[in-house]
Write a new protein. Structure first.
Length: 318
């Protein structure tokens, strides 16, 4: 029997019921662990997108390679088995990226990558990451003119031919419909491209353009996922998400989730999101108080985790 991949959230965990949690033994036994972390190795970036949600962050911050190795070993001891390497800035700029691949292989940690693809789509030789990343998602960068080199997706997917590739386009009011449609067509054609996700610009919003594109791409584009932040609610006081999928950022702190970029739009300062220094994050770390979060998209995760972690009357009578 096969499941609808969009329904199960294979490529978009925050949009669906948190089915993957039910496959985690520690979660279903009510013992939350940081099984999947997001890692922001550097805040440096080689692009300057207008919609960048973290453009006010300190750009020079970077975890030195030896410390990055220590950090990964630390979280592995706590139960981490999957890492999404993301930003922050552009993670492929980090000088220790290949060492990170080696260490993940040694520790049997699965790696996924979110990148702008600028370095790797134009790479002249075989990428060491090819086949060693479980997945890599290329974000479309923007430009003053609104033009984008659509062929970048082809080159990126070719250079990572043994990796599942995704593509993400932030839709702004000036996004070119022709460019997005060309990328959607290309995604359908390329065998190792699993999905093409459209996300609304969180800085200025582009709801109408999103709707227009969703209608336009519905026929014939089975790989398109329209990612809207609908249904966001105030955060949970006991944010258990902060214990199962925290963020280790380039400033050396652990943050409770990857939505803090969205929360930082003039409402909540990121330092209020700090949980601990990464070295102090441990099995006894308490969960984050998410009641300061005005817009949480992980509420379903928190409700499921709360139900799994709390004692339940008449538990066997399901
Ligand atoms: S938005 Fe707040 S409550 Fe929601 S997951 Fe993130 S930190 Fe937790």
């Amino acid at each position: 029997m096969t499941a609808d991949r969009r329904e199960t959230g294979d490529f978009s965990a925050g949009l669906s019921m948190p089915w993957k949690i039910f496959r985690s033994r520690t979660a279903i036994e009510g013992r939350p662990r940081p099984e999947h972390i997001r890692l922001y190795p550097t805040n440096r970036c080689n692009a300057a997108c207008s919609f960048c949600a973290i453009r006010k962050w300190t750009r020079g911050e970077e975890i030195p390679t030896p410390e990055l190795m220590e950090l990964v070993r630390h979280f592995h001891r706590l139960g981490t088995r999957a890492i999404t390497v993301s930003g922050g800035g552009e993670p492929t700029l980090h000088p220790g990226f290949d060492a990170l691949l080696d260490l993940a292989g040694e520790l049997d940690i699965q790696l996924g990558l979110i990148t702008n693809g600028l370095l790797w789509s134009d790479a002249p030789k075989k990428l060491p990451a090819n086949g060693r990343l479980v997945w890599a998602r290329m974000s479309v960068v923007d430009s003053e003119s609104g033009n984008y080199d659509v062929g970048r997706l082809r080159r990126f997917s070719r250079n990572l031919s043994e990796t599942a590739v995704g593509c993400y386009a932030t839709i702004t009011s000036r996004s070119s419909v022709d460019t997005i449609r060309a990328l959607a067509d290309l995604a359908e054609e390329l065998p190792n491209v699993t999905h093409f996700k459209l996300g609304e610009d969180t800085v200025s919003g582009a709801g109408e353009k999103m709707s227009e594109l969703a209608d336009l791409l519905k026929p014939g584009h089975g790989k398109v996922i329209v990612h809207r932040h609908e249904g966001a609610v105030r955060g949970a006081k006991r944010c258990l998400v902060s214990l199962v999928r925290p963020v280790a950022a380039a400033d050396g702190y652990v943050y409770p989730c990857c939505s803090m970029e969205l929360e930082d739009l003039g409402q909540v300062r990121p330092d209020r999101f700090r949980m601990t220094r990464w070295r102090d994050f441990g099995a006894d770390t308490g969960c984050f108080d998410g009641s300061i979060c005005p817009k949480c998209i992980w509420d379903r995760y928190n409700r499921v985790l709360a139900a799994l972690c709390a004692p339940m009357e008449h538990e066997r009578f399901f």
